[in-house]
Design a protein around this ligand. Sequence first.
Ligand code: UTP
Length: 292
Amino acid sequence: MTKGIKKAIFPAAGLGTRFLPATKASPKEMMPIVDKPMIQYGVEEALSCHLNEIVIITGKHKRSIEDHFDYSYELEAQLKKSGKKQLINEINRLNRINIAYIRQGYALGLGHAIFRAKPFVKDEPFAVILSDDIIPPEETLLKDMLALYKEMKCPILALEKVSMSEIHRYGVIDGVKEHDKVFRINNLIEKPDAKNAPSDMAIIGRYILTPDIFDILEKARPGRGGEVQLTDAIRSLLKTRQVYGFLYSGKRYDAGDKFGYLKATVDFALKNPELSKVFRPYLLEVVKRFRG
Ligand code: UTP
């Protein structure tokens, strides 16, 4: 019997230019959606799928990510003094997990960031989670992808149908439907124009990959935008093995983008029982104001 996948890589060394100046000296991944930093949603998602061996690829100005997943003795002492025991449990909940950190040095692209995790992953299949793509905890995307990997033993990419006006922002697949939500991928194009897009199915921030991708990434040359693109490496992988796409139709927030970030904030605030008591009437008031 093969062992289940245990490892998850979180590339978090990007420059976050869409959020400048906020990301000049602090990580995009630490920007909060209500009261949790983006990356915590991803880490909780990984843990809910029993991906207990986590590596975060970090870079300059990213030290607060390490501090976030560590104990804070001063804060604990202060909270203890003021009798806020529940908050202590909440801030320490994720500190018991083992997280390794690897620095990327230069932000040379997603493919380069993933290659940095090779010594940690070794020869096992692994998941990649882009924490600025937020999937709400009630969704089962990653679980479904892991189940599909168990059946297929092939790399699996999460896909979502996107409108043609948005397609230039994504890696897009050319594929054939195998069954239900599963597509056999024939080709991939990074950020195509609407007229060159091979389909409307875009790759989103969840991947199950196999360690043979490292051999390709090791030799990879920078592609579009001067970065080592993961999409290019997966296209090379297609020459030697099958790669599948899993079409997701649930909720996803592209929180690496300002509009997506705002949508996530509003929806998560409305789901918070305490906050929604005051936030919902406020939103209704705003809508009323706009309607005039
Ligand atoms: P993005 O494409 O969102 O890039 O990267 P970015 O730098 O974070 O943000 P913008 O586009 O400049 O606003 C997708 C994921 O890949 C990571 C990012 O941290 C993000 O989680 N990444 C990207 C790296 O770890 N290293 C890189 O060199 C590039």
